[in-house]
Design a protein around this ligand. Sequence first.
Ligand SMILES: [Zn+2]
Length: 76
Amino acid sequence: MAKARRGRKPVRRARDPDAGGGTREHWRADGAPKSQYGSADEANRYALQVRLEDGVDLDPYTCSICGHWHLGNRRD
Ligand SMILES: [Zn+2]
C-alpha cells in the first residue's frame, strides 16, 4: 500500500484545502457543476446579490475547464 505522506501537505492559502488537480474550480464539493456566468459583469452582479441576501462573500473567477465564470467561497 502507498505510504501516507504526512509531512507533505501543501500549506498554501488555497481556496479549498481539498482542492487538487484544479477540478474544484468547475465542480462543487458535492460533485455538481457550479453555476456558470457568461461574463465578469454577470458573475459580479450575482456575487453582489448573494452578499446582500446571504452575507456570503463570493469570488468571481474564470474557469479553465469550461471557460466561463464561476463564484467561489472566499476563505481568508
Ligand atoms: Zn467551469
